[in-house]
Design a protein around this ligand. Sequence first.
Ligand SMILES: *Cc1c(COP(=O)(O)O)cnc(C)c1O
Length: 402
Amino acid sequence: MADNATQYAIRNTQYAAIEAQLESGVVSRRGETVMVAGEGCWMIDSEGNRYLDLTSSQGVAMLGYGHPALSAAIAEQAQRMHACPGFFNNDSRALFLEALIGVMPGQLRHAFIANSGAEAIDGCIKFARLATGRTGIVAAKGSFHGRTIGAVSLTWNPKYRTPFEPLLPGVSHVKYNDLAELDGAITDETAAVVLEVVQGEGGVNLGEAEFLQGAQRLCRERGALLVIDEIQTGFGRTGKWFGFQHFGLEPDIIALAKGLGAGFPMGALVYTDRVQEALFVGAHGSTFGGNPLACAAGLAAIRAYQEENLIERAEQAGQRLRARLEEALADCPVVREIRGPGLMIGIDLRTKVGPYLKTLMEDHRVLTLPAGTTVLRLLPPLILSDEEIEIGVTAIAAALGG
Ligand SMILES: *Cc1c(COP(=O)(O)O)cnc(C)c1O
């Protein structure tokens, strides 16, 4: 690609107005910027401005933008065959499944391929009901599991839930990291306990080993399944392939999306023999799930994570980024705490985070995310370079007054 960013300049400035008029508007927009391209860790707007994307487009573009192998795999598949129903075997789906199960610990050996995170969570609810013959779900306060009626029933934030009640019956929420409360909530009606090992959207809240391992023990004792939502923490985000591996957990089902297709929309659930044995033909399905384009993207993503050692890189880059933030923000009165594993970092502020996101984007051309109301969240691509870490840290320190 030519390095003159202005090649992307687009004369038509009407896009923002069209979207404002025609799109639902349920997602709050960041001003009138129109993003038109990406290169590596950078997004490029219609005026040719370049932004360092420390969000990977909401945690999905783990390989950044325009990754050669990912782009080539999608292009090759698009030209050869872009659709194929689930009732035919397909070469790309088979190769993707083999690669996916290949990076799982031993007990997770079956998969259902869906199209998004929320859809994967809905699949977990259905499969857990089948495997246990029970309907109750225990989730955590502060959780985020998605927006479909099933997934939003497990999501904690009342703003997302309340307008849509009545939701799924039999769902309860316990305080995150409170094992005693969890102990009280798991009954012989509980099909599954559904947890994130780091609550992303909820504030980059770190799960504690005692709580997560205790949850697994209680599930085993009472015949409930342990479902881990790895949608945000999966595929190297936390410095290991999956977040549950930091705690030696053996979940019955994990939900995947985000990094699964490195930005190509796809989701999946991966689960044990016990769950597989409960399934029957027709129990679940998806018209688009396992689409060859998605599978080609997912296969290229997993190969890139492996061949470019990106899981290790995420751990190293995450340590460096956190250490540099600690240094640069040491005397910054607005910062309460910096936390998070790998390249999933939360900077907890003593004040609302919103204005800082705006300053970082408009004055420093650095993209960041909120988590909860006070946390500045960083979910950069795993390919983030040391030089880009410095650019990000300098901008964040300037914006937060470090
Ligand atoms: C993003 C996310 C979801 C929802 O995924 P969608 O693809 O937006 O439906 C669910 N759980 C977690 C932990 C997430 O980060």
